[in-house]
Structures are given as C-alpha cells and as structure tokens.
Write a protein that binds this ligand. Sequence first.
Ligand SMILES: C[S@@+](CC[C@H](N)C(=O)[O-])C[C@H]1O[C@@H](n2cnc3c(N)ncnc32)[C@H](O)[C@@H]1O
Length: 285
Amino acid sequence: MDGPRPSRTALRVALRRAAHQLYDDPPLVLNDPFALPILGHHAEEIVRTPGRNPENKPRPYSIGLRAFLVARSRYAEDLLADAVAQGTTQYVLLGAGLDTFAHRNPFPSLRVFEVDHPHTQQWKRELLLENRLAHAAHLTYVPVDFERDSLRDRLIASGFDPHAPTFFAWLGVVPYLTPEAFRATVKFLSTQPSGSGIVLDYSQPRAVLEPEEQLAHDSLASRVRQAGEAFRQFFTPTEMAAEFPSFCRLQDIGSPEINARYFADRTDNLRTIGDAGRFFSAWIP
Ligand SMILES: C[S@@+](CC[C@H](N)C(=O)[O-])C[C@H]1O[C@@H](n2cnc3c(N)ncnc32)[C@H](O)[C@@H]1O
C-alpha cells in the first residue's frame, strides 16, 4: 500500500458486499446486516447512484467480481463454522478491511483478532465509532504491516494464544503483498497447532487467462494501481500448493466449483466468471 492512508480497495470490496444486500435477489449468498451500516456516508455512493456505480452496472465482469467477493467471505465463514465445530477457538482476519464478521459472530467462545495495516484499521475504527457500531464482543484489533512487522509478535502481544487451534482468513490481501511478506506470513501459519487452518484467495497470472478476461484483468489491475495498491503477485494452483508443503487437506476452487456451491438455481445472473480468481484453503496436520 502506497502512502499514509487507509486501503481504498477495502472500501471498494465493502461497497460490493453492501450492494449485494441491496440489489441481488434473495437468498443472499452473504447475509450481512452490518454491510451497509458500517459504510456510513460512503454508502450513499451505491444507494443514491446505483446506475453510476461500478458495483451495479450490469456488466458481466462487474457482477462476476461482486459474486466472487461475497462468495469469498461466505466460503471463509463456512470453513470457520466447520473449524469451530472441531474445536477452533480463535479466528484471525489477516487484512480485515471492513469485514463485519466480528459484529455478527454467532460463536460465544470464539475470539476474533482483526489484523490490518495500521492506517486501514484506524480508519475502520473511526467509521465504526461514527456509525455507532464500535462494540463487538471478543474482538481484538492488531495493527500490523505485513511488509515490516512480525505478525507473531504483534498477535502474542495482543493476547493471541499460540497454542490454541486457530482459523485464519486472508481475503483479498495476497495479490498486494511482496513475495517476502507473503512467505513470512505462511511460515508463521505453518507453526500453528494441529487443526489450525487458513483460507485465502489469489489471482492467476494474466498469461493463463482467455483474451477477453485478460482485458478485464487489465482494467482491474489499472484501477487498483490508481488506488495505490498495485497487484504484486500471482499464482497458478500448482504454484500456490507448492507454498504450503507442510499443510494437509489442500482445497483450491475456481468459478465452476464456486458457482455450483453458492450460485446454483439463482433467479438473477449473480455468479462468478472466468479463471482469474480462486479460493484456497489448507490445514495443519
Ligand atoms: C482488498 S482489501 C480486503 C479487505 C478484507 N479482507 C475484505 O475482504 O473486505 C485489502 C486489505 O489488505 C490490507 N493490506 C494490504 N497490504 C497490507 C500490508 N502490507 N499490511 C497489512 N495489511 C495490508 C489492507 O489494509 C486491506 O484491509
């Protein structure tokens, strides 16, 4: 992230989750009563001018991106629910952005740690205060810059228990990191206790995409670069799996599996398209 300011892509993602609540047909893939309230005045962008907002233009790649983003959070929360049923007691959101899970947490004994870049986290906390949403039980904020700080040290200083099975969500962050920061974090994840898990999403390299999707990729890459958050790394599924050699139960899914799981039988045209984005999860044996 360039400069001393909060993540703009975090706002763009949150606007799409909010647009899902407003404009997509039921049943919602991600039912999030806080998606709109957390935005405060930013929500005007989608409420008042839906036709002018990229989230709502009926372009296939725009709808596909919204579908991908809401399914990404839903997938993470589905895996989290499985993990909690197996005894997980901590949930760490790495690069939490404006994620609202902590405000909807249905698990009374689950502790939630929101890790994020200090500038983004400060902005989120101000937004929550402004919009009277500051309280969330069992939530701890952990400011961390993955490029500079020790995630482990910061978590432990915040009360994280390194001996408790933990589920980590790293959504919409990996493409923005340097390989060094990515690998340092994966190294920390690999030291977690048995039963711990990770979910993340990543993008495939431009060269493996169909020509039409390459154009969509270029448009998105240009928008995030202008936001000061250029894409820095891409993976093929084989390359991603190779980053997690000590993990088990690797799952890597793309549009066909995501659509079958979350978008089958819909009455609207909400669904993911293309091969660029994928969800990946893995567990500590
Ligand atoms: C696209 S947003 C995704 C936010 C959230 N996970 C979601 O799905 O809504 C990217 C997030 O990565 C965080 N991020 C990017 N680079 C970071 C870094 N070097 N250290 C910590 N967080 C970073 C940003 O602050 C932002 O919250």
